[in-house]
Design a protein around this ligand. Structure first.
Ligand code: HEC
Length: 210
């Protein structure tokens, strides 16, 4: 019993010391104190849906909405346009693209996670087209391992971007980088993810290629 009293009085002492240390700081009446999630207090002051005053050529002034369409041909910051159109020709041309993302464990793992969130329910975990939703579609998604075995990476990327048949476009859910990472994982399911094997030069004039 004595031990318990000792522990309690020790805890009380520690508490007192802690309070006295923290409460003796200089008081600033303007300080809002500790802010939990400061972005909730201080939202970015973007003034959309307001009006700008513009000067006309004849010297008069007009009030126009500040939300205006971007000038034709401009590209939003951080947005990467995609070169190929959603046409049969664009689809064929997309086969010429190469994946800019390196095939390493980290990127394939990220691709796998994205695949689990966006594709498994249709294509199935192993890519056989037997996901819970995929199996209910009038035409189940084809197997990566057999039917789509030879589908090149560019076309995989293109079809994820625009969708194909019953599959919707994923460009608004996944950035280009994410789509390329998913492509790495689709290739793994195709069985086409073996790293390029360097061919060993057999004579002194041959060039070793990657
Ligand atoms: C709503 C179900 C559904 C979802 C979700 C879905 N797919 Fe599909 N996918 C399909 C169907 C159905 C096809 C067959 C389309 C066709 O050829 O008509 C297909 C086809 C494909 C093809 C072959 C395209 C080609 O060029 O022949 C690839 C690659 C593919 N999907 C990858 C993905 C990836 C990666 C995801 C996730 C980011 C995904 N799909 C999400 C249903 C889906």
């Amino acid at each position: 019993m004595k031990k318990v009293t000792k522990i309690i009085s020790l805890m009380a002492l520690v508490g007192c010391v802690a309070i006295s240390v923290t409460s003796c700081q200089k008081h600033d009446s303007n300080s809002p104190g500790v802010e939990f999630m400061p972005d909730m207090y201080r939202s970015p002051s973007l003034e959309s849906n307001l009006f700008d005053v513009v000067k006309n050529a004849d010297g008069t002034f007009d009030t126009v909405p500040s939300n205006r369409k971007p000038v034709a041909g401009t590209i939003a910051r951080g947005y990467m346009p995609y070169a190929f159109a959603n046409t049969a020709e664009g689809y064929e041309l997309s086969a010429t693209m190469r994946n800019p993302i390196e095939r390493n464990d980290k990127n394939v793992k990220e691709g796998e996670q994205l695949y689990g969130k966006f594709c498994t329910h249709c294509h199935g975990a192993t890519g056989e087209g037997d996901g819970l939703v995929g199996g209910k579609l009038p035409g189940a998604p084809p197997s990566y391992k057999t039917v789509l075995k030879t589908l090149p990476e560019g076309k995989i990327f293109h079809s994820i971007t625009y969708g194909k048949g019953l599959m919707g476009a994923h460009a608004s859910q996944l950035s280009q980088e994410e789509r390329w990472k998913v492509t790495l994982y689709v290739q793994k399911l195709q069985g086409n993810d073996a790293p390029a094997v360097a061919t060993v030069a057999t004579d002194s004039t041959a060039v070793t290629t990657k």
